[in-house]
Structure formats: structure tokens, C-alpha cells
Design a binder for this molecule. Sequence first.
Ligand code: GDP
Ligand code: MN
Length: 343
Amino acid sequence: MPPKRVHRTDQYIPLESFDLHDKPKAALISLVRNQEIDGIEMSMRQLEARFNHKHNYPWIFFNDVPFDDDFKARTQNLTASECQYVHIPKEHWSLPHWVDQERFAASLEYLGAIGVGKGWMISYRHMCRWNSGFFYKHPILDDYDYYWRVEPDVHFFCDLEYDPFAFMAENGLKYGFNMNILDDARSFPSLWRQTKEFMAEYPDLIHPDADLSWLRDPRNSQEYNNCQFFSNFEIGSLDFFRSSTYNAYFDFVDRKGGFFYERFGDAPLHTLAIALFMAKNETHFFRDIGYQHDINRQCPANLADKCSCEPTNLDDNFYKLVPMESRQRKPDDTCIRLWLGGE
Ligand code: GDP
Ligand code: MN
């Protein structure tokens, strides 16, 4: 039986409607520091209560230093699922030999001075690069097909009465998001130019059903409008990231040093790659998953009895709380509307 297409739905989908014989091979993954234990406890407690206690997907924690015993004990204590703790290999979290250290130091100083968020932090550059090009390379994920990325200090507000991994598998979906943002464009000034170079050099790698229209700005010569999937929440296909196509793009961009000479985020990188190398209908807006990261929140209006948050609407999503300074990161429902394409 071909998979059912229920793309772009915000309707409640009962678990029984799925015809999956095998549970998806999926894991909850989190890059987190030992000192963020309180924050990851909060995220875990909510995701376990809202979803995972019924499914027991394993948790896999990643860290650039070894996890301490307190972190391991407290996280394992919050779930009946297996927890695994990964010390990221050095080669996944260090300066590549082709990066000019002086230019990197100048970028840290410059982005710090002009106030690009976390622009001065060395660790942030490694974090963005790891989330862009390394998380899926770790052999611990070899046996898995899907991941759900979870950060410390996030909220999950709604009881999830279906399995989003099964939903992805059943519908042939490869990437699920929950919020969009415009990040500070000064953190990736040359990413779009590099992406256009890649497109020109490797036209055959672009998916025949790729749709970049929602990412192009008609008021600015169809250049990138900087819309991004807010990647602290993502439910994705590991095969997509493991593909030679995605890795050709990551390597192309990585070689030019933008994670270090600029502050390329994994959010714009993932977004552009997904738009280029996936059909649009392989992506999904999980608008029914109530979620919050910092001040950015998505709370579905039609599931009030299952959620503990005030519904957000697509037009008022925190514009009032965030200064409209266009260069600053802000939640942007315009991007969601563009993605929805007039839905
Ligand atoms: P933001 O959401 O863009 O402000 O970035 P965060 O500071 O929240 O970092 C994103 C994720 O990476 C969070 O899950 C952090 O816990 C994690 N993270 C960031 N830097 C490091 C680091 O140096 N080491 C480890 N282990 N985790 C990090
Ligand atoms: Mn964060």
C-alpha cells in the first residue's frame, strides 16, 4: 500500500491510523553541557510526560567533553528508555587545518564588537559546525533512521497522541520543523553566494522538485530572504544528512571556512540544503507540537485541551516581545506563511 499523504495537516492523527509494522528506528538526541543538567532535565521531563513514556525511544546525549556521573544519573533517572552518552571525537569538534587562525580570531573579535549574538564564542562556532556536518556521522546513529533534536531549557506543552517518527515514516517525510526565524544576517553574509556557486557547479544534485520560492525575496532580486527553520527543534531523516549530496554541500561550504570567518549557523545551512535537495512535500510543519525555545513559542490553537500554553497565532507570534530591529534574530511568521504558500 502506498503511504498516505497527509502533508500539511494540523489535524489530530490517531496512532491507530498508521499502518506501520515496525517501530521506526529513531532516537532523541541532545548536544548539551554538563552544567546544563537542570535545563535538560526540564526538557526531558516534559518530552517524556507528553510523548516518550509511551514509546520509549532512546536518548543519546552528545558532549565535547565527557559527561559527568551526576549528569548521567539525573538524566537516566527521568526516563525508562535507554540513555547513551557520547564524548564527541576530537576531529568532529576542532579547527580544520585549512582555517586561517588569524582570520578566525579577527572574526571572533569583529562579530563580538558589532554585537552578533554569541559571535565571540569559539564554542558556538564548533557547535554550529557540529550540528551542520557531524552529528549524523557518529557511528552511534548508524542504526537509526530518524532523530529528534532536543535542547536544554525548552518546553513541550501538548500531549502528543501520535508518534511523529511513525508519521514521518508513513508519509515519506524527511524533515519536520516547528518554528521559523530570521537570524542575524551578519552571521552568514557569504552563505547565499556560496550556495549559488554550489548550485551552478552541481546542478544535477538539485532535487527535481526542489522549491526555493519561499526563500527568495522578490523585493531584492530573488536573493535569499534569510528565512530559516529554527533548528533547535527538528525531527529529521538521518539518511538525508548522511547522503552524498548533503555532504557535498556541507564540505563545499565548510572548506570556505564560513563557520569560523563568519558565524554560519546550522539553521540557515540546514534550511538551504533541505530546500535544494528535498522535494518540498518531504518537509512538514509540526504545528501541533506545542514548543518553546527562549522567547519563541509555538502553541497550537486547536488542541487547547491537550496543551498547557496560550495559543499563538501565525500573525502575532512574539513580534511584540522582540525588537523589530531587522538584523536581530526574531521569530518570523512571515517565513512560515511563505513556506505554507498561501495555505
Ligand atoms: P542558541 O539556541 O543558538 O542560542 O544556541 P545554544 O547556546 O542554546 O546552543 C545550542 C545547543 O548546543 C544547546 O543544546 C547547547 O546545550 C549546546 N551547546 C552549545 N555549545 C556547546 C558546547 O560548547 N558544548 C556542548 N556540549 N554543548 C553545547
Ligand atoms: Mn538554544
